[in-house]
Design a protein around this ligand. Structure first.
Ligand code: SF4
Length: 601
């Protein structure tokens, strides 16, 4: 039935409401191509072009062949990459878009893989190859001149794992419980041996001397249980307690000890891990909504950027940025080498990165270090270390290598000690000793030890820091310090705030790295697209639709036209500087009437 809007008022012809024709089930004689429905400069076209130009050999190599036909990896890759560009991180969301969204339909040629297929492709095929896809996009950015690879800004941020926050396993608890269990095991073995000794006094004595009872791991415990079973086989039949103890060792304590060892292997030097995502480590994050300092299962995401393009990404299990830096840079140099791009000339980072190991790494790789170090800002303010007796406040004679203590004593070099940092980096510590602290009036505040004061100084690190201080305060250093805050920091803001990616969806380090790779590709493509569609230089804001349709030249009823009619074009320029508000509305209307205009001021 044809719907008609009611007419109002007397003049029915002019007041009639007219609707545009709406025929929902109208058939298409010639259906339009999907491409026609997508705007010319749409983001999806860039994703399509970039992936079409890619060499898919690394992904194709992951297919074994045989079996039924499978979806083409190019289509699957396009769906996933565009999903991440479109803030659809879940495979179910992408599956839904493939059925409803015309951009996805066009991109995938109307193919509709389900969420399981998408997820399998992401977590198996892309696991090893996502870095290659990322490197391909990076190579295009270098080719287009968006990335020059001169300056490399690095920063890190913690991103929460999908694991629950109450699934923790603490390393300290594991080692405490393991030690208690080993003690219990030792007591049981001791008791069994003592019972055996009573039965076979002489033979046992000889053997006990030869074989100590110490059991350190599950393997040794298994051997001991087997040995004891043979040894006390005769007594087990009469002694029920002995039998029970041997059974307890085998069925209860041995599996427990094996479980602790497995936990230690999973920890691999970390302080904690999550039961539901063993690769995640409990870390302190800045976005602690409850403010109770609760640790969460996280990964440490390291990004290297230039002009807000991501040059490389790595995911780490350690919360320390300083410890992750060399691994991150190693990976970056590999990525750049894979696309025949030069390595960056300079690297900038915040105070979480300046360490002897990191400075040396950059020096060896001919990259100028603009890394701040802990205490840099204090030095900038001229405050130095808060302890006035700290070695940094003491006079140092570089020529003869000695410090002068606050009482004027020379602290001569006593020893050079080799140590290792937490990351295993070998370092040398110089020990300087005061000559005689006994009876010193400053004793107690300068030095509380019983012997003379000894200070530990890493001279190499001191030199690196001095060099970094000079660099960071040079003109280039000041500029790089300023730029660091608006280069790498906003990228984390885009990912977490604008793109709403606050938590990983996959578990394990490999899964999380794949997700980060897709995120980084999406970020770079989005940035590229913005640059493509934004002319370089200062441009006026886009005109509104009505402004675009307005005729060119002085506007009807404008002051410019009025002055032109009066032959006073030059006076208009002066007049134009005054605000229209200076004139009364009545005067404006009168002026409009004199110029036969409609008062459009
Ligand atoms: S305590 Fe020892 S090192 Fe400190 S000021 Fe006195 S003499 Fe010097």
């Amino acid at each position: 039935m044809k719907e008609q809007a009611p007419t109002k008022g007397k003049n029915k012809r002019h007041n009639q409401v007219t609707f545009k024709p709406y025929v929902q089930n109208q058939g298409w004689l010639l259906p339009p191509s999907l491409s026609e429905l997508i705007p010319e400069h749409h983001m999806v076209r860039l994703v399509n072009d970039v992936i079409d130009g890619m060499d898919l050999e690394p992904i194709l190599n992951t297919y074994e062949g045989g079996g039924s036909s499978t979806y083409h990896p190019r289509m699957m890759l396009k769906a996933l990459v565009y999903g991440y560009v479109d803030k659809r991180y879940s495979s179910r969301d992408i599956e839904q878009a493939l059925q409803e969204n015309v951009c996805y339909m066009w991109l995938c040629g109307m193919q509709k893989p389900d969420h399981n297929t998408l997820n399998r492709f992401r977590s198996s095929r892309l696991k090893q190859t996502v870095k290659t896809v990322f490197a391909h996009v990076l190579a295009l950015l270098v080719e287009q001149g968006y990335v020059r690879l001169e300056e490399y800004y690095v920063d890190g941020s913690k991103l929460e794992s999908v694991a629950g926050r109450y699934t923790y396993v603490w390393a300290k608890n594991v080692s405490r419980h393991k030690a208690a269990l080993l003690e219990k095991i030792a007591r049981i073995i001791e008791h069994i041996e003592a019972v055996n000794e009573q039965a076979e006094a002489e033979a046992t004595k000889k053997k006990a001397e030869a074989e100590p009872l110490a059991v350190g791991d599950s393997e040794a415990l298994q051997e001991t249980i087997e040995r004891l079973n043979e040894k006390v086989a005769d007594q087990v039949a009469q002694n029920k307690k002995l039998k029970k103890q041997l059974e307890k060792l085998q069925t209860e304590h041995l599996p427990k000890l094996q479980a602790y060892e497995e936990q230690e292997a999973l920890l691999a030097g970390r302080n904690s891990y999550s039961k539901t995502d063993p690769d995640a480590t409990f870390m302190r994050t800045k976005d602690d909504h409850l403010g109770d300092g609760q640790l969460k299962p996280c990964y440490n995401l390291q990004l290297g950027t230039e002009d807000q393009f991501i040059i490389n990404y790595t995911v780490h299990q350690t919360p320390s940025d300083m410890a992750a830096f060399t691994d991150h840079m190693d990976d970056t140099l590999q990525v750049l080498a894979s696309i025949d791009a030069p390595r960056p000339k300079r690297a900038g980072g915040d105070a979480g990165y300046g360490s002897e190991e990191n400075y040396e790494y950059l020096e060896q790789n001919q990259i100028e270090a603009y890394l701040k170090y802990p205490g840099f800002h204090q030095e900038q303010k001229g405050k130095g270390h808060k302890n006035p007796f700290h070695y940094t406040h003491l006079y140092y004679n570089a020529e003869h290598d000695y410090y002068v203590c606050p009482m004027g004593q020379h602290m001569e070099l006593q020893q050079v000690k080799e140590e290792k940092t937490k990351t295993g980096y070998p370092t040398k510590v110089h020990l300087y000793r005061a000559q005689r602290c006994e009876g010193c009036p400053l004793r107690g505040i300068c030095h509380r030890g019983k012997t003379d004061r000894i200070i530990k100084v890493n001279q190499r690190n001191v030199q690196y820091r001095r060099q970094a201080y000079q660099r960071l305060n040079s003109l280039r250093g000041i500029r790089m310090r300023q730029k660091r805050g608006i280069d790498t920091e906003p990228v984390f803001g885009h990912i977490k705030q604008d793109r709403h990616f606050r938590r990983f969806l996959l578990t394990t380090l490999a899964g999380v790295s794949t997700e980060t790779g897709l995120l980084a590709i999406a970020h770079n493509l989005k940035k590229w697209w913005v640059k493509l569609n934004k002319p370089v230089g200062k441009v006026p804001p886009p005109a509104t639709r009505s402004a675009q349709m307005a005729p060119k030249g002085p506007k009807t009823g404008s002051w410019q036209l009025f002055f032109e009619k009066m032959g006073l074009e030059k006076l208009f320029l002066t007049f134009d500087q005054f605000s229209m508000n200076l004139l009364s509305p009545r005067f404006k209307v009168a002026l409009a009437r004199t110029t036969s205009m409609n008062g459009d001021f």
